[in-house]
Design a protein. Structure first.
Length: 174
């Protein structure tokens, strides 16, 4: 089934998405990979403020390429989600509910998704040009010293994904 997910999301939107559903995302998405995840976990452990609020928001595991002249961003395909697995259960427990990446997740992540009613959405590998065409703005908001691994805020329109783990912990393998 096709679902629309408008970000920031309403809680009932997450529960309406099932494993195997195609999901079209529009709104604000945050972008961060493993080094951003490490820093977010360190901030939580130290009681420091996070650079963005988790509830209502999503994080996309992407390594952007430089923007060609006249473009908002270069290729914007997903990166391997498993690199975030050591950090994801902690971030989910702290309120992160929507993650977008590529590839399978380990069992502790699946359990955290189920326990906290989160979602893991998979973007399609090899579609960096498609995804860049869905991004209407991009801004570095934290950790600029990380270069391409800095924390970004992007606005997306009609960004396609598929639900791999739904809020009940069901896994789509299809």
């Amino acid at each position: 089934m096709m679902r629309k997910l408008i970000l920031p999301y309403a809680e009932e939107a997450i529960a309406s998405i099932h494993a195997g559903d195609d999901v079209i995302i529009s709104g604000t998405v945050y972008v961060g990979r493993d080094q951003v995840h490490r820093r977010l976990c360190e901030a939580l452990e130290s009681g420091l403020a996070l650079p963005f609020s988790f509830p209502g928001n999503a994080i996309y595991y992407m390594g952007p390429s430089p923007a060609p002249e006249g473009a908002v961003i270069g290729a914007a395909g997903p990166t391997t989600s498993g690199r975030m697995d050591p950090f994801s259960p902690r971030l989910i427990a702290a309120g992160l509910r929507v993650m977008i990446g590529k590839g399978p997740r380990k069992e502790p992540v699946r359990k955290a998704v189920e326990e906290h009613g989160a979602l893991y959405l998979q973007a399609y590998g090899g579609c960096g040009a498609l995804y860049s065409s869905c991004i209407i703005s991009s801004e570095t908001i934290a950790y600029p010293e990380l270069g391409p691994e800095a924390l970004l805020r992007i606005d997306v329109r009609d960004f396609p994904a598929v639900c791999i783990i739904d809020s009940r912990g069901m896994v789509y393998s299809g």
